[in-house]
Design a protein around this ligand. Structure first.
Ligand SMILES: [Cu+2]
Length: 637
């Protein structure tokens, strides 16, 4: 079913269409043209969005309440879901940014015509304040792209949705979290829709699949932004394949289908078969999670199987081992590794219905413990989250669960979640029946950038009672696949008010990039995370601007710049601005004075206002320079 024009008539027709039982539309094999279109070709008016959202809540309220009532126990045992909060987009794609905020984007879904794919709705959500900032991408619709972070912590996307026939896009983008702007990068050789992006150990990004209905050569984004086709490694994998760098450096495919394989992405690429996962299941819309060094948990998918298994990649050959099944079978769920290395399953349906089954949503969360291999049932969420829902670990140790909807079957079922919920895991509660949050250990200092196999000093007043120190990659998720989720425990020794942790041994264990650093007390309570970058690239050259102070009397401005370490910072001379220099011996805020000259100065004297474009470059001692631009309005009275 494709809709080209939308008006009241279609809106009404849609309400009628919703009365059609879901079974009438059956499963769509996603690897056929018809399956694709039935799955994702859809546009929704704002009025329809509201109606669908209300219908989703109304249809699932009772089931959610029943599920919640069945879960008994203290918050310290079952955790707690927060309220459903409205969002400006459906959280189909979500990525945690270095600044602790979450970028989420969906599609051009508000449009009246499914033929307009000239923008992507996007938002940056601040978990601390709950506020949103619009971050719309203009020009293209990157719905169904792949996403992961580059080694400097910048989010990278590949592919998208070209038109209503769901052809792919060759486009790549990076997201600037200072300005909330998208920068278009080079195009890939292939147009891709549903590709997986995998950060590699050398800072390159592997882009796999997303080319419909035929084998294609994976591509690698090299560190300078150019793409290289792996012409020796053409392959036809499932859409959004599950791929992670293994301890031996190969890119390992653990699903969704049962044929495991690994890729050497150097040069023109080379595949090796790695045997069968042994469960003879195609776990479509199941989920996977790298929960420890070289160890992957796979759970659910396909016919909403409850079965789960682990794959250990530390030996010469992958070792598959059974682990306990989930209490409820799931598909369209998400697996999220928590700050302590346990794995949370959220959402999904238990019936095996392809995309959405309003009658069989799974509301309770489940937590898998790698030490016991057992799952336990936790608190129930309030709305059903199935197709196009996602989940991410936040720096505060909680889990953001968002999205759901935007597909033909979703519309027919009356399913749309333009909202989010936050889960507070059991480890954050006292667990004494009071329902209160436990006191948390604090990280008072940590380096911004570390190298491999190096001691790292982490300041914490609770040093004596810390049990675990771990790094967790930022996370970038869509369609039940977190493309970079990776938990790396670190060995450490405790001093009086600090810990000395050993950073990961090599980039196979933690590909270069930005990680959340957690310390966890012996009673299980984690700290809030600090962001730490690991890998080559020298000292951190990131910096940010503070609030501009205008001096209206003499027409100048003070521009504060916060730098991460020692180095020199320069406001570059242009034909409108005079040069200003400052040095810093360590992390601090330096103040640059903006003085107009030439035409800008004359304009300021005549009109009282002048706009100037600034270029500021920070060069850390022993590192590479980085330049940022800023438009500034000077005022003189
Ligand atoms: Cu989709």
């Amino acid at each position: 079913m494709r809709q080209k024009t939308f008006g009241f008539a279609v809106f009404a027709a849609l309400i009628l269409a919703c009365l059609i039982p879901i079974s009438a539309t059956a499963h769509h094999p996603v690897k056929t043209v018809e399956g694709h279109i039935a799955e994702d070709s859809v546009a929704v008016t704002p009025a329809m969005e509201e109606w669908l959202g209300e219908r989703t809540e109304a249809a699932t309220d009772d089931d959610a309440a029943v599920a919640a009532a069945a879960v008994t126990g203290d918050e310290g045992e079952v955790g707690q879901w927060g309220p459903v909060i409205d969002w400006p987009v459906v959280g189909i794609h979500m990525a945690l940014l270095q600044n602790g905020k979450v970028l989420a984007y969906d599609s051009s879904a508000d449009l009246l015509s499914a033929d307009d794919h000239s923008f992507t709705r996007a938002t940056v959500w601040d978990p601390t304040s709950g506020s949103h900032v619009d971050a719309m991408l203009t020009g293209f619709n990157i719905f169904c792209s792949g996403l992961a972070h580059l080694m400097d912590g910048t989010l990278f996307t590949a592919g998208g949705n070209k038109n209503s026939a769901l052809d792919g896009l060759p486009n790549s983008y990076t997201f600037d979290e200072e300005t909330n702007d998208w920068d278009r990068g080079a195009d890939m050789a292939e147009e891709r829709w549903y590709p997986t992006v995998t950060p590699l150990q050398n800072g390159e990004m592997l882009i796999t699949d997303g080319v419909s209905f035929r084998a294609d050569a994976p591509e690698v984004r090299e560190t300078d932004g150019a793409f290289r086709s792996l012409t020796n490694a053409s392959v036809d994998l499932d859409l959004y394949p599950w791929i992670d760098v293994a301890p031996d450096g190969r890119a390992f495919v653990s699903g969704p289908d049962a044929a495991m394989r690994s890729l050497d992405p150097s040069g023109t690429g080379d595949w090796d078969p790695e045997g069968s996962r042994g469960d003879s299941l195609t776990r479509s819309y199941g989920s996977h999670a790298l929960y420890d060094i070289g160890k992957i948990l796979v759970a659910g998918g396909g016919p909403s199987t409850p079965s789960a298994l682990t794959i250990d990649l530390n030996g010469a050959a992958p070792e598959v081992a059974p682990t306990a099944p989930m209490e409820t079978g799931r598909r369209q769920h998400n697996l999220t590794v928590l700050a302590d290395g346990t794995v949370l399953a959220t959402g999904g349906n238990s019936s095996g219905e392809s995309l959405i089954d309003m009658e069989n949503g799974v509301y309770t969360a489940e937590l898998w413990d790698p030490d016991t291999g057992q799952w336990r049932t936790l608190d129930a969420m309030q709305v059903t989250r199935q197709y196009h829902s996602s989940a991410l670990l936040l720096p505060n140790g909680r889990v953001l669960s968002a999205g759901g909807g935007i597909c033909g079957d979703c519309n027919r079922a009356g399913y749309l979640n333009k909202n989010a919920e936050v889960f507070t895991p059991p480890y954050l509660f006292k667990g004494d029946g009071s329902g209160e949050l436990a006191p948390r250990p604090r990280i008072t200092s940590a380096p911004h950038v570390v190298n491999y196999d190096d001691p790292m000093t982490v300041g914490t007043p609770q040093a004596g009672s810390i049990d675990t120190v771990a790094m967790m990659r930022l996370g970038a998720v869509t369609h039940s696949v977190n493309m970079e989720q990776r938990y790396v425990p670190l060995s450490f020794t405790a001093r009086r008010r600090s810990l000395v942790a050993e950073t990961p041994q090599n980039p196979n264990i933690a590909p270069p990039g930005v990680y959340m650093l957690f310390v966890i007390k012996s009673n299980g309570v984690p700290s809030v995370a600090r962001m730490v970058r690991i890998g080559e690239g020298g000292p951190d050259n990131g910096f940010s601007f503070g609030k501009v102070k205008l001096n209206k009397r003499n027409g100048t401005a003070g521009l504060p710049a916060k730098v991460p370490g020692a180095g020199g910072i320069v406001l570059e001379a242009t034909k409108h601005v005079k040069v200003a220099k400052a040095t810093a011996g360590g992390p601090r805020t330096v103040n640059l004075v903006v003085r107009p000259k030439g035409a800008a100065k004359r304009r300021l004297t005549r009109r009282g206002v002048a706009k100037v474009r600034l270029a500021v470059t920070f060069t850390p001692t022993g590192g590479d320079p980085r330049t940022k631009h800023r438009l500034l309005k000077l005022v003189k009275r």
